[in-house]
Design a protein around this ligand. Structure first.
Ligand code: MIC
Ligand code: SF4
Length: 654
């Protein structure tokens, strides 16, 4: 194992897995929690809802071809084609991939994280993806992180990815999962203990004897939902189970063993006895509102869905099919499955599981994100839906007052039969799934890039609008508080998901009209009337997705500053990337400011340059408040330039 020189300088003790992988990729900084580091990115992934922006940004950089080992563009989110917009985006993405040297996974091939795990993930490598669930591939021993599209575009351009070195938390697993307990319950247990803020500034590294009892897809369920903890990423060692999975995928040559040293040091430790877990359920409207299935038994359910990037493996789907074999879906409930990849889908068909599901009355959806992102299957008004997915934020399902619960595929399947939340033991013995020795491998829907893409013309539908240009932030601003919101505001609140809004992802002026529409439909018109303003947020502002539209939209409406008690990692970077100043304030400042207040923010340039704090002056009372910005020197330059693209153009003299 070779460790980067910068890492070697200070590490004297054994290394944990995170230090090993980051050490091999370290370009600048020291691997000390809280220090600024920059790492080399080996692989990138984009998906269609964030990808159009990422490739427009890559194009604007004027670089002919990606400089990564492997970059893949997936079409999995915007697959419900109710108008021309999504189909046009797919063509744009296919051409952009060919032009810039990117692999293209066509619509129908599956969800980016599941397909990447199956076909591209390599232990010990780094992956940056324009989707918050990119850490899924941590299940295969990668350091895989979510980021905004512009950060991914920069990684495609060969730029190192800068981040604050997180604390590394050892999650020590012992025991073995009981018959009806699944990997989903491991991560729900962590969410119950740690909450949706617990992982901010942390990487969860799994070890202990329990690790060997979990297959790679089970590990991937756990690392996938590490995103819900707010973690930078989560990672499992690469061991015999990893070798087994890569052999199953007919990619045995990609295997490399990598694990922590026996005397590795960690910043914190959590212990989980897998044998002590029971089926858990996250209640509306947050993934950390976790209760035991026993407390919820008898809750009537009108919809049950299995799929998404969290629970889409062959074993997940086969388990559901076997639980439904010879049974029928409850008459008061609508059941659906959306297999995570075409590989899983085809194997289900060939092994007869699809027939079990069809015969039971399950609705078979395409292999895509689908209902997880509100692309179809919205539940009825006030209806209870139980899903094997990872997010249950209000309105995300497409029905504002729906009550969405998150649970394992086993709990979802039991609900499909019983029409209510029940412990799956109600259906008898857990069926045993025989996973074949090797998968059906057919990469026919993955188009490799041509050796030279320079002559490829990129088709652009009328909904694909050029990137808006943003001017740098002034030194002194007088802004009105355009909106005051509570703690844990998600990007789904800021730039809503769903079939109505997602087709506008390539059109910033159009999508900006819906900024904060689930919270306050007047927000966009108020910003226009007031000439922009500032947003006042609580703790963990911007949790959830990586969508940079939650920064681009507000910036387009003239928002120049977001003041909050604390920020979620990806959203914070996205704000900076588009020239919005994120400021952290004490709870008392948050309490003192009200929507509509006029606030003077002066001396921005010197404070941003020097790392000092900014003073907020409340016009109503004349009171002054201190606000901190936490920008690194590189981010300060980006902010002062009016965003990362401006900064890159300035640096290249363009
Ligand atoms: C999500 O699960 O919220 C999404 C849709 O996959 C997002 C990306 C997006 O908004 O396009 C994410 O997780 O980053
Ligand atoms: Fe797709 Fe849902 Fe996964 Fe996001 S969380 S990538 S919408 S399946």
């Amino acid at each position: 194992m070779t460790i980067g020189a910068a890492a070697r300088r200070w590490i004297t003790l054994g290394l944990n897995l995170v230090q090993k992988i980051l050490g091999e990729h370290l370009v600048a900084g020291e691997l000390k929690p809280g220090a600024e580091i920059a790492i080399r990115i080996d692989q990138t992934l984009t998906q269609d809802a964030t990808g159009t922006m990422a490739y427009l940004q890559f194009e604007a950089m004027g670089i002919p071809r990606v400089r990564t080992e492997c970059s893949v563009s997936y079409v999995d989110h915007n697959t419900l084609q109710t108008g021309f917009e999504n189909a046009d985006d797919h063509l744009f993405l296919q051409d952009a991939a060919a032009r810039f040297g990117v692999w293209f996974s066509r619509p129908g091939n599956g969800i980016c994280h599941q397909v990447h795990l199956e076909r591209f993930a390599v232990p010990g490598r780094t992956l940056l993806g324009s989707d918050s669930h990119t850490p899924t591939c941590g299940g295969l021993g990668m350091i895989a992180m979510g980021a905004g599209g512009l950060d991914v575009a920069c990684a495609m351009a060969g730029e190192p990815y800068a981040l604050t070195m997180p604390a590394v938390v050892r999650v020590h697993l012992t025991g073995e999962l009981g018959p009806w307990v699944s990997a989903k319950d491991v991560i729900l247990e962590l969410l119950r203990r740690e909450t949706v803020r617990g992982g901010v500034g942390r990487i969860y590294e799994y070890d202990g004897p329990g690790v060997a009892t979990l297959s790679v897809p089970e590990r991937a369920t756990i690392t996938n939902m590490g995103a819900e903890l707010g973690a930078t990423t989560s990672v499992f060692p690469s061991d015999d189970r990893t070798r087994e999975f890569l052999a199953f995928q007919k990619r045995a040559e990609a295997y490399r063993a990598i694990e922590a040293d026996h005397d590795a040091m960690y910043d914190d430790r959590i212990d989980i006895d897998l044998s002590a877990l029971e089926p858990l359920v996250a209640c509306p409207h947050s993934p950390d509102a976790v209760q035991s299935i026993r407390e919820l038994e008898g809750t009537r359910v009108v919809q049950a869905l299995v799929g998404s990037c969290t629970n889409s493996s062959y074993r997940d789907m086969a388990t559901v099919a076997l639980m439904l074999r010879g049974r029928k879906v409850h008459p008061n409930l609508s059941a659906g499955v959306s297999p995570g990849s075409r590989q899983v889908f085809e194997m289900m068909a060939r092994d007869g599981y699809l027939a079990d599901l069809i015969s039971a009355g399950v609705r078979i959806l395409e292999s895509a994100c689908g209902p997880c992102i509100g692309m179809g299957q919205a539940p009825p008004s006030g209806g209870v839906s139980v899903r094997s997915f990872n997010r249950n934020f209000p309105g995300r399902s497409g029905t504002r007052d729906a009550q969405v619960y998150l649970a394992s595929p086993e709990v979802c399947a039991a609900a499909m039969v019983c029409g209510e939340l029940v412990h799956p033991e109600r259906l008898g013995e857990r069926p045993s799934v025989a996973v074949p020795a090797s998968a059906i491998v057919d990469d026919g829907l993955i188009i490799p890039p041509p050796a030279d893409g320079t002559s490829v013309a990129i088709r652009r539908g009328p909904n694909i609008k050029p990137l808006p240009a943003f001017e740098p932030i002034p030194d002194c601003l007088t802004l009105r508080v355009a909106l005051k919101v509570a703690d844990n505001i998600t990007t789904d609140h800021i730039s809503p998901a769903g079939s109505r809004f997602l087709p506008l992802r390539s059109n910033i002026p159009a999508i900006s009209e819906y900024v904060f529409s689930p919270v306050d439909p007047e927000f966009a018109s108020r910003c226009k009337e007031w000439g922009g303003g500032l947003i006042l947020g609580g703790s963990n502002y911007g949790q959830g997705s990586s969508r940079e539209h939650a920064a681009l939209g507000p910036r387009y409406l003239g928002i120049r500053v977001v003041v909050a008690k604390s920020f979620a990692r990806i959203h914070w970077s996205n704000l900076v990337n588009f020239g919005i100043l994120p400021l952290v304030v004490e709870a008392s400042t948050y309490d003192a400011l009200e929507q509509g207040d006029e606030v003077e923010v002066c001396g921005v340039h010197s404070a941003v340059r020097s790392g000092g704090s900014v003073t907020l002056r409340l016009a109503r009372t004349g009171a002054e408040f201190e606000a901190r910005h936490h920008l690194t020197p590189a981010q300060a330059q980006i902010l002062l330039a009016g965003g990362r693209l401006n900064a890159a153009r300035g640096a290249s003299g363009a």
